[in-house]
Design a protein around this ligand. Sequence first.
Ligand SMILES: [Zn+2]
Length: 431
Amino acid sequence: MELFRAHIIDVPGDPLRGTAGLRAIEDGALAIDAGRIIDLGNYTELTARFPQAMQHDWSGATLLPGMIDIHVHFPQLPVIGSMGLPLLSWLSERTLPAEAALDNEAAARDAARRFLRSLAANGTTGALVFGSHIAAAQEAFFQEAADSGLRICSGLALGDRELPAPLLRSADQCYRESRELIKRWHNKRGVRYALTPRFSVSCSEAVLEVCGALMREQRDLLFQSHINENQDEIALVRRQFPWADDYFATYERYGLTGRCSVYAHNLHPAPDECERMAAAQVAVAHCPSSNAFLGSGSFPMQQHLKCGMRFAVASDVGGGTGFSLFKEGLAAYEMQRQRDDGVALDPAALLYLVTGAPAAILGMGDHVGSLDPGMLADFVIVAPASDGTLAAVLDAVTTPEQRLGALFTLAREECIAATYVGGREIYRRSG
Ligand SMILES: [Zn+2]
């Protein structure tokens, strides 16, 4: 048994729908055993209750549930910061050529290691990861993911048009390569498989049909794709699928819906489209820094709430500006502040959108996403340098809300001291 001493903050319910707010324990402790949380409370009381526990003294630091990123691209780390382009040119000029560079195993393995380390170094303990179009690169990614200790869901990116030649695969190849990787990796070594057609722009009806067939063959697969990110993209989809009333109809026809389906962006949905997505129980990954960086638009969060759509905040590296979900929380907050119909997000809502909300969307809400006793011990220690701006702000805070607001505003990769998954330390800041 182990005891972690720190200021503890989590959100056991859904503050956006009024079921709970922050749970905060100043100078608290988290007791874990065999990879699970067995108790949390005041440090002095828990020390008395578990006198034999091995102690980890993080006093002064903040302990939060591990964060979960439901939209992030494995091959795109090197293109973070590619400025000056809207979505379709950013893809064709910068991103897809970089993705094509993972055509040898050494490059793919190195990219996978750096990517996974970046997740852990930012306090992210689980992720739904958009994979490579290259099957050997995706196999290398799965191997590294299984070794990383992180909770990873991912899949081979699929497309048979509007891609550079090295990334194009026929519908038949998409089917065979996906099926092989599903067989090798779905529910193996902590990995889950997510069927991953890139977006309707790059997928003919034959590829979408193949995706529907794979979803019917293996009913517990996750699913991920993109939708309604950029007006030029939406216009292109309209030309490619003249029979479709809207973007979602191109997925709907092939049965690519359900509770474990995650669509990134959805910045420009038609009212009826949003209603149908919610009724189909799909979820949306809201990626605010990417949306701002690529000039794609602003997220209609109020519309999503009114429809009853589930959503969480995600990084969308490399359209997004880095792996920090604190940064994304701040960007989401700022984006809503700019909108006439913006949702008033408070620190509890931000923490929920990067912990409990994504956990539930990925079907892991009974195991991770909060610090309730019985949950798996996925958590992160946030400890800024004592001589920095954040430490100075934290010295002045008087409430847990203020503490958390300061973390979302100022804490970044360098403030993550350690990351734990299932009670195992998978990342420790050096120095
Ligand atoms: Zn994306």
